[in-house]
Design a protein around this ligand. Structure first.
Ligand code: SF4
Ligand code: SF4
Ligand code: SF4
Length: 451
């Protein structure tokens, strides 16, 4: 991996390839739409672009970031667009608001609650194409305004999400020998003169490789590999047991981002099975009995309740206990401790959802290449003239069931190790964090066991 990262054109060529692939996916999905929600449910799996983006690309980048770190960012076409824009643009410095990361959280809110759960951009190919075009334009325009990699560092919610998960991944970028850095005069990895080089750029993500701690903000672009003439940069294994989780300081915007994320992951996993979905939907359905909203607005209401209100109540209860009963001195610290403790379970269950999604879509591959737009196939499936061969799923699923139990138990194990390593004010504060972790774990564990 390190040798490949040092090669001059390796990552850039892959970035070009992914850029062309995304343009192709946009091209084959832009004209395909429907107003029928039942049809959209099938079409999302029969349209090649939709199938790739939501059932393979997205789950795969989540899985890779949890296991190995932000390797998607290494080949992300958006970064290429951002580089070109920032090279020719106005190069303004990021302002206070951008640096607060609130724009990332807002962007995530808009994609998740408005885009996906209100307008169903994940089910209608045309909306997905518009979303991707919007992302490319937004990335380019923002990079024309702001210097360096401002879009990646302060705007992109995808990178932010992958950054959270990369905290528990097995790989990170580091320097081989800190002494070499201390004696290095040119400091090419952070030298301003290298910011806009096509190859061998200095870090435009505000990172000094020598001081890198957890690698959350490093997008593994490999540029510092090439800029360091002393060959002192390396991607290496991370030893999680040596890793201190006590000094991770989160901003309020990041805490809010994670609260939404944890609600979303509960929703994603529990809606796989009808009984747990029924229980999860009790409150949104109850509220909708009074409000009588249309389908789109009901999606907004459901997302607001399940991704914001309920998770927020959960976190607030435990932060109150930590603050007022255990006398933890700082609100932000109390929230951060809970977030970091719950992170492995959230990541583990997001990984499970990624596996469930990619495997459950296997039967659709039989049809997608003969009808890449997927409209005809979706129609035939609805009319029962085409049948999905689910044999392979019945072979795979027992293994997945077994794996899911292993995954949730190992995620709990990692969460408890983190709690042990965190510096709590006292035992009581630690106990409240453990109880929060166990409750969060039980929500998934009970559903998985019943399943
Ligand atoms: S931060 Fe976002 S735009 Fe930047 S490389 Fe990562 S995914 Fe792509
Ligand atoms: S990483 Fe390389 S270029 Fe950067 S300070 Fe260390 S030795 Fe110098
Ligand atoms: S430290 Fe900076 S230049 Fe090096 S890989 Fe990470 S983001 Fe890229």
């Amino acid at each position: 991996m390190n040798n490949l990262f040092k090669k001059k054109f390796f990552l850039i060529l892959i970035q070009f390839f992914t850029l062309i692939s995304f343009l192709f996916l946009i091209y084959i999905s832009i004209g395909i739409t429907t107003k029928d929600p039942a049809f959209a449910k099938i079409l999302r799996n029969t349209n090649l672009a939709n199938l790739i983006v939501w059932s393979y690309w997205w789950p795969m980048i989540i899985a890779i970031s949890i296991l190995f770190g932000r390797f998607w960012c290494s080949i992300c076409p958006m970064e290429l667009v951002v580089f070109i824009g920032s090279k020719i643009g106005f190069k303004r410095k990021a302002n206070k608001f951008l640096k607060s990361h609130w724009l990332i959280t807002l962007f995530y809110f808009l994609i998740l609650i408005v885009g996906i759960h209100t307008f169903q951009i994940h089910r209608i190919p045309q909306l997905m194409a518009i979303y991707l075009i919007f992302l490319f334009i937004f990335a380019f325009v923002s990079s024309l305004i702001w210097e360096k990699r401002t879009f990646c560092t302060y705007i992109c919610p995808v990178g932010h999400l992958l950054g959270f998960y990369s905290l528990i991944s097995f790989k990170k970028l580091s320097v081989k020998d800190k002494n070499i850095c201390e004696n290095c005069k040119s400091k090419d990895c952070i030298n301003k003169e290298n910011y806009y080089k096509f190859n061998g750029r200095s870090c435009t993500s505000e990172i000094y490789p020598e001081k890198i701690k957890n690698g959350r903000n490093c997008i593994l672009c490999g540029q510092c590999h090439k800029s360091c003439k002393k060959d002192n940069i390396v991607i290496k294994n991370k030893n999680l047991s040596n890793y201190s989780f006590s000094n991770i300081k989160l901003k309020w915007s990041e805490i809010s981002f994670f609260i939404m994320l944890s609600g979303f992951v509960i929703y994603e996993v529990l809606t796989v099975w009808k009984p747990s979905k029924k229980i999860l939907m009790i409150i949104p359905n109850y509220l909708n009995n009074y409000l009588n909203l249309d389908k789109n607005l009901f999606g907004t209401l459901k997302a607001m309740v399940l991704f914001i209100i309920i998770p927020l109540i959960f976190y607030i209860i435990f932060v109150f206990l930590k603050k007022f009963v255990a006398k933890e001195e700082n609100w932000k610290k109390a929230f951060s401790q809970l977030v970091i403790a719950i992170l492995p379970i959230t990541a583990g269950m997001h990984l499970l959802k990624a596996i469930l999604k990619t495997t459950s879509r296997i039967p659709y591959w039989e049809f997608v290449f003969s009808d890449i737009e997927g409209v005809k196939t979706a129609g035939l499936i609805i009319e029962n003239q085409k049948f999905l061969n689910k044999e392979i799923l019945s072979t795979i699923f027992p293994y997945i069931n077994f794996f899911s139990i292993l995954l949730i138990i190992s995620s709990l194990f990692l969460s408890l190790i983190i709690v042990r390593k965190q510096k709590h004010k006292n035992k009581l504060s630690k106990i409240f964090t453990i109880i929060a972790v166990l409750i969060y774990f039980s929500v998934f564990f009970i559903s998985l066991i019943i399943w």
